[in-house]
Design a binder for this molecule. Sequence first.
Ligand code: THU
Length: 129
Amino acid sequence: MTEELFEKAVEAAKNSYSKYSRFRVGAALLTADGTVYTGCNIENSSYSLTVCAERTAVFKAVSEGKREFTAIAVAGSSGDDFSVPCTPCGACLQVLSEFCGDDFTVILSDGAHKFSEFLPKRFTEENMA
Ligand code: THU
């Protein structure tokens, strides 16, 4: 599953719209029912409006009624070699955090990681109690 999902992320990176950074990112999000939603980064001439690959995948899935996720694979590269790990940014981790537990798996080029490795003390609705 790990390698298969990572390959889907690499494939998704091919649709990346990244004319400013030239850094292509792809994500493949696995839902609890076994569906995979992919996403890529989509940049904008107004740079801050750029959306990362991970959030594209999450928003696609949630907008299709999916809210339970098992794993996400992320692949990023400024060329064709996706072997350097592309760690999800803080904004994407916070968005994933809304729907994923500590055991949610994050697959990078160096293998599988637990979500809690990246965001051990997350802000949740419990912080607003
Ligand atoms: N990017 C992602 O798509 N995901 C991340 O987690 C990190 C960064 C994108 C945003 C931008 O288009 C490019 O990579 C360079 O920052």
